[in-house]
Design a protein around this ligand. Structure first.
Ligand code: GLU
Length: 563
């Protein structure tokens, strides 16, 4: 059997692909099966093509990894489209979860838009609700007027939608104040709560070290009277609190009697000064989780003590408890998450907004072109694990790369550009695919007539020695002579011998600024076709993936996702 061009190209493509996959080397043995899988017609004549496979394997193994990668771009179209692997690691089942009956909630406080940390709870709740065909409840917990950012109500909805979760029911706690008051009264009537007017510090010490709390023992009539006084404004903030009784001998002093309501005189950013007594998180969350029929609560380990407190409310009312799950904490490096810091930074003009690429908000990730699917995949992998983990940007970026690489067109971005003269004669055409694996997306076509000038990055220019031969990607080879370049033919084999391949722009290019996650800004020029990708992610070759926007003055802005 003769090895035709198509078969030879396929062997090259496979040899390169698997050499790259395994660090630069492949073998004839490992390739044979893969060739037959794509070309079943060679099965019976495989012996005849072995020498050719061996020759190609030897040639590929002698290349550097960089050369292999460059060459693979040329052969990649020989490879059949790979079906994305359905590798569902899947979440473990939940206890007591019946299909159609599961009700779960995501309950953030509207102090700012959501950040990566929140996205874990959104994804896990949403995944389980989908798994059990249940209901997803979005509840905004805004009973601390001091910690409410009015814009956050809408921003959170947008963020949850961006993550691909759909809520079936939506609640805002500040609409439910009367419900909390009713339950407060009931607890007082049952003798399960009391109004405490003691000095907070004295009260706290008594809980920790023991000591009589006389108000705790007063009858319900007295408690209700003081409660009404609280509501009527007879006490100032801090002078009286509503306390839920637990067990004063509980081994953890933090669980012994906890505050269920306090007086806050600042107007609420959403409902104004209608109320002056607000439930604490622990009170409101327990009442709502019960009334909303929540069957499973997923939350971080940092809420363990809160769960213990909330369980007392369930017990006082004789309610069935939901299943509680506490997952491990996630520490994050190299990112700004704190709402107060961000708010301050925006005010001072240090950040461009809640979506500044330095921030860990979901809107910052969206701006950079990190896809919600990548984040979802990340959190499904981590699942409900109880161990604390360090967030891995590398893994998130690897997932994102997998998702966006096929969609992202490729372009040249010449950062820190310098203009260099090329001497020579003739007219040359570069026809560069917008995506090497999807030629249907078209090409960037450049006609270069020598002599001319091109832009290249200063870094590249400075790394090239006098007399060095290198390639202008997809155009031709050049040699550096003093402070100019000289046309040097089109022999591709220089790549195999390790010559550099650099990107370039002829003509004016478009002014470009790229914002990176460390706050640095990289300036340069890009190819005009980038404008076709405004709002989308592109791959700036040899630089990284960026999401593209355009300023009114025409400047292209790239928000750097990752390399
Ligand atoms: N609002 C709480 C938070 O964001 C909800 C936590 C929970 O009860 O699961 O931390």
């Amino acid at each position: 059997m003769t090895v035709d061009q198509g078969l030879r190209d396929l062997i090259y493509a496979l040899a390169l692909k698997y050499a790259i996959k395994y660090g630069g080397k492949t073998s004839t043995k490992s390739l044979v099966g893969k060739i037959i899988a794509i070309r079943p017609d060679v099965r019976s004549k495989v012996r005849e093509i072995i020498p050719e496979i061996e020759r190609i394997v030897k040639e590929v193994n002698e290349m550097t990894l960089e050369e292999q990668k460059t060459l693979l771009e040329k052969y990649a179209e020989m490879l059949p489209e790979e079906k994305p692997k359905e590798e569902k690691k899947g979440l473990p089942p939940l206890s007591g979860a019946d299909v159609g009956k599961v009700r779960m909630r995501f309950a953030p406080g509207p102090s700012g838009p959501l950040h990566i940390g929140h996205s874990r709870a959104v994804v896990l709740n949403d995944e389980y609700v989908k798994m059990y065909k249940g209901k997803f409840i979005l509840r905004l917990e805004d009973t601390n007027p001091k910690n409410v950012l009015p814009e956050a109500y809408e921003m959170i909805k947008e963020d949850v939608s961006w993550l691909g979760a759909k809520w079936h029911e939506f609640y805002i706690q500040s609409d439910r104040m009367q419900i909390y008051y009713e339950h407060a009264r009931k607890l007082l009537e049952m003798g399960k709560a009391y109004i405490c007017t003691e000095d907070p510090e004295v009260w706290r010490k008594k809980k920790v070290h023991g000591g009589k709390i006389p108000e705790r023992e007063l009858p319900p009539e007295d408690q209700l009277e003081k409660w009404e006084k609280m509501l009527d404004g007879d006490y100032k903030p801090g002078e009286a609190v509503f306390v839920v009784k637990t067990d004063l001998n509980h081994p953890n002093p933090a669980v012994r009697d906890f505050v269920g309501f306090r007086i806050v005189e600042e107007p609420h950013p959403r409902i104004g000064d209608k109320y002056r007594v607000y439930p604490t998180y622990n009170f409101a969350v327990a009442i709502d989780d019960h009334l909303m029929g929540i069957t499973h609560v997923l939350r971080g380990k940092d809420h363990l003590v809160n769960t213990m407190r909330q369980e007392y409310i369930y017990e006082h009312f004789g309610w069935e408890k939901p299943y509680f799950y506490h997952y491990g904490l996630v520490s994050m490096e190299n990112v700004i998450l704190k709402t107060t810091v961000i708010k301050e930074g925006i005010k001072k003009g240090e950040f461009i907004g809640w979506d500044d690429p330095r921030l860990g908000t979901l809107r910052a990730l969206a701006k950079r072109g990190i896809s919600p699917e990548a984040l979802r995949k990340y959190w499904i992998d981590v699942g409900l694990k109880e161990v604390d983990i360090k967030f891995s940007w590398d893994i998130l970026y690897a997932y994102n790369r997998e998702l966006i690489d096929r969609k992202a067109n490729r372009y040249f971005f010449v950062w820190d550009p310098i203009k260099v003269r090329i001497k020579g004669t003739g007219r040359y055409e570069a026809k560069i695919p917008k995506h090497p694996n999807d030629l249907s997306r078209g090409y960037r076509v450049r006609t270069v007539e020598l002599p001319t000038e091109v832009y290249i990055s200063r870094d590249d220019w400075e790394s090239i020695k006098e007399g060095e031969l290198f390639r202008l990607k997809d155009l031709f080879n050049v040699k550096r002579v003093k402070d100019y370049l000289e046309y040097a033919g089109n022999d591709l084999s220089i790549i195999k011998r390790g010559s550099k391949i650099i990107h370039w722009i002829c003509g004016e290019g478009i002014k470009t600024v790229v914002y990176k996650t460390d706050g640095s800004i990289v300036g340069g020029i890009c190819e005009p076709e980038v404008l076709e990708s405004v709002g989308k992610v592109v791959q700036f070759e040899r630089f990284g993936y960026c999401r593209i926007e355009r300023l009114p003055d025409g400047t292209v802005v790239g928000y750097f996702a990752h390399s």
